[in-house]
Design a protein around this ligand. Structure first.
Ligand code: BGC
Length: 756
């Protein structure tokens, strides 16, 4: 392990000029600059500053006198948020703002389909336009670093390549339809506990290879117009005033020409923020209002800097045509075309983990099916804190089953357990004690009912998992066990009816040690949007083959995953050691003893990313640790055969593209999609690498018996590493092995080639 102290210091001391040879892309936004100069020359200082902070909760000001419309924002990322009070967090109670609830981030990622991400973006943009919105606060594209992360369900994947491809699809889908995206949360907002105070300490290489790629791809390949700075600090500086992130990397290196808005309440300074590149303070004007005018007058920030920040906002305003007031909010936001997209994404997101012949359900003899579990009837569009969709409708799993097979089976339902409910109220120990006793009694009653129902049925559909109160913005989960005593309940059910099919509607990993052996079939069907229940029923009855693939690794137990195994989350020994060292080097012994003792306890406000690039499967594969189910895993109702792997050459130069081809055959009885994946393993590298990394994938549809030649491309440029000495991308020209397979744990074909 390299000495992280030096890396930290190196990152902190990076000059604010670009050392990298390449200079991102040329944004289409630059075309407006001449016109914008004319506008800026007519603006007063007050009018300029007025654009740099919130006007309302989700609006920032234009300049009415000059015909520049306000900018209207909408949360994001999985449905257009209801219309909010101008100055509060409550909705206005309208009828027409009921939107389509799209499957959340991890569900979208489980489709492994950039094309579906594009349709998804299209659907989001259409609903945003109906509501008169200019910018969607999404996609949310932070890497899923810890399985317990409160917003894992909103984010896409543990893998930067998969996240990047989907972020590009989503961004293009939105922006091709006249609305801007706002990529969030830039950057390294990988935990919710202490998100507003935590300082992420990370080396350059992991930052560039793992955490930044989705943002970079959406900027360079899809010309994203908006970015939201995150709440946390990175290497000592708040994201909203972090010159390395906002100026050097985003604007100088990647060529971002749009606007950066702060996360809500995430601005911390006046001069530092505008100088670093923050355009809009949301949802306040504490720092970029009068305080900014005062700072300009005091000569602490130049009017040229202000002009530049205004120019960046105006570019977006020019590119996104405002919806005329009299055309917005005339129709119901959720419409059939968007509901269809939600259905298609949901269908292709469902992951089948295990199937001992229990699925598809056999309906010939009108079976009695016991649907057990509160998740069968729970709404997932809203729940905990943060992003929620006031949806026009949501088909729950029980609704979906009734819709699809209500006449072909006798469906019995029992709730089984009391779901976790989100609450703001802090309870006294006495209140909690009383509540727990009541809960215990209620749980016994619910379990008893469930067992009675299970006895009467030929098959049990156990529909459990987390909910939106368990997985929520603002806090991480404490563990990954199924909540509400679900493991205990399923054990009791198995005693009376072992014919159990389990469906988990969760947005993040769960511990499957109890549920897996007790289930004849096991699926994850996510927080899956307005049409989630219909999609699930269609998969269960075999109308369509399951075709989702895990966007993250399912560990055997939480403690195996990297941040936990290294003891650096939530407050680790490792980070304490480093802190103790840093303190002892920088302060005299008398003064530092107290701080050293404090540091030795661990510091929840420092997230020390000492696992570097070994996130998700990169960690498990490199450390040879067994997993419950690997990244990329998912079964279908058919079988596939992989053969004849070929590449166009055996040796490749720095700017070549590897053309990979192989034969894929559907050898089973049903049409299905396979998600083929190509990983790269370095055979004789000159720097350290994870055991393997995803570098190409494709979703391939094949009818029963059909074969196809699958062709994929890997530009050699995509195999570079971030050289921390040069502060730039560099080649590691070595022998590599191409691994073609159905998941990170199921490699079917291999071929060695040479990079020279
Ligand atoms: C969240 C953002 C969201 C914003 C506005 C913040 O708390 O972190 O993702 O867009 O609120 O609702």
């Amino acid at each position: 392990m390299r000495n992280l102290k030096f890396i930290i210091i190196a990152v902190m001391m990076l000059p604010i000029v670009s050392l990298s040879a390449e200079k991102g892309h040329r944004s289409a936004l630059l075309q407006y600059d001449r016109q914008i100069d004319g506008i800026i020359s007519q603006m007063t200082l007050e009018e300029k500053v007025n654009m740099l902070h919130a006007k309302f909760m989700f609006v920032s000001a234009g300049v009415e006198r000059l015909g520049i419309a306000d900018i209207k924002y909408a949360d994001g990322p999985f449905g257009i948020r209801e219309e909010m009070q101008p100055k509060g967090w409550a909705g206005l109670g309208w009828e027409t703002d009921k939107a389509t609830f799209f499957p959340t981030g991890s569900a979208l990622a489980a489709t492994w389909s950039p094309e579906l991400a594009y349709s998804y973006g299209t659907g989001m943009a259409k609903e945003a336009r109906l509501r008169g919105k200019d910018m969607i606060l999404g996609p949310a594209i932070n890497i899923q670093r810890i399985p317990t992360g409160g917003r894992t369900y909103e984010y896409l994947s543990e893998d930067p390549f998969l996240s990047s491809k989907l972020a590009v699809g989503y961004t293009k889908g939105v922006q091709d339809n006249g609305v801007a995206v706002c990529l969030k949360h830039y950057a390294l907002n990988n935990q919710e506990d202490n998100r507003g105070t935590v300082n992420v300490i990370i080396g350059e290489r992991a930052m560039h290879e793992i955490y930044l790629p989705p943002f970079r791809a959406a900027v360079e390949e899809a010309d994203a117009f908006g970015v939201m700075s995150a709440y946390n600090k990175v290497n000592g500086f708040w994201c909203a005033e972090n010159e390395i992130l906002l100026d050097k990397i985003l604007r100088q290196d990647w060529g971002f020409a749009g606007m950066v808005i702060s996360d809500w309440g995430g601005t911390h300074s006046t001069v530092r923020s505008v100088k670093a590149g923050l355009n809009v303070e949301m949802p306040d004007q504490k720092y970029l209002g009068q305080a900014l005018i005062d700072s300009i007058k005091a000569g602490l920030v130049s009017e040229e800097t202000i002009n530049q920040r205004v120019r960046e906002i105006l570019r977006v305003r020019m590119a996104i045509k405002p919806v005329p007031e009299d055309m917005a909010n005339k129709e119901m936001t959720s419409q059939p075309a968007q509901q269809k997209i939600a259905y298609e994404v949901a269908c292709k997101s469902i992951v089948l983990l295990k199937n001992e012949g229990a699925l598809p359900l056999k309906l010939e003899n009108k079976p009695v099916i016991a649907v057990i579990g509160a998740n069968a009837t729970q709404i997932m569009a809203t729940g905990g804190l943060g992003a929620g969709v006031k949806t026009l409708y949501e088909i729950t799993p029980l609704d979906g089953l009734k819709n699809r097979i209500g006449d072909k089976a006798e469906i019995l339902f029992a709730q089984g357990y009391e779901p976790v409910k989100f609450s703001w109220v802090r309870k006294t120990p006495e209140q909690l004690e009383k509540e727990n006793q009541e809960k215990e009694l209620a749980a016994q009653k619910l379990a008893k009912e469930a067992i009675e129902v299970a006895k009467k049925a030929s098959i049990v559909l156990f529909i459990g998992g987390d909910n939106r109160a368990v997985e929520t913005e603002g806090s991480d989960r404490k563990d990954i066990f199924l909540p509400s005593g679900q493991d205990e309940l399923i054990k009791k059910i198995a005693e009376v009816n072992p014919n159990i099919v389990t469906v988990l509607t969760s947005g993040a990993p769960n511990d499957l040690n109890v549920v897996k052996p007790l289930s004849k079939a096991l699926l994850i069907s996510w927080f899956n949007g307005s049409e989630g229940g219909n999609a699930l029923a269609d998969v269960l009855i075999g109308k369509i083959s399951p075709s989702g693939r895990l966007p993250f690794t399912l560990p055997v137990k939480l403690e195996d995953s990297p941040a936990y195994a290294l003891g650096n989350y939530p407050q680790g020994k490792k980070s304490a050691d480093v802190f103790a060292n840093l303190v002892s080097e920088t302060e005299s012994t008398d003064k530092s003893q107290e701080k050293k003792d404090e540091a030795a306890k661990g510091d929840p406000n420092t997230a020390y990313y000492s696992e570097e690039s070994l996130i998700g499967y990169r960690w498990f594969d490199t450390k040879n640790k067994p997993v419950m189910y690997p990244f990329g895993y998912g079964l279908t109702y058919t079988t596939f055969n992989y053969s004849k792997l070929k590449t166009d050459k055996d040796k490749y130069g720095k700017s070549d593209i590897i053309h990979v081809a192989f034969e894929l055959k559907n050898t089973g009885k049903m049409a299905a999609d396979e998600v083929v994946q190509v990983y790269v393993h370095r055979v004789n590298p000159s720097v350290e690498w994870p055991a393997k990394e995803l570098k190409a994938f494709s979703r391939v549809s094949l009818a029963s018996g059909e074969s196809k030649t699958v062709k994929l491309e890997i530009p050699i440029e995509n195999l570079r590493y971030w050289n921390e000495t040069k502060h730039a991308w560099d080649d590691d020209l070595c022998k590599i092995e191409l691994l073609v397979g159905a998941s990170a744990g199921d490699i079917k074909l291999k071929k060695e080639i040479t990079l020279k």
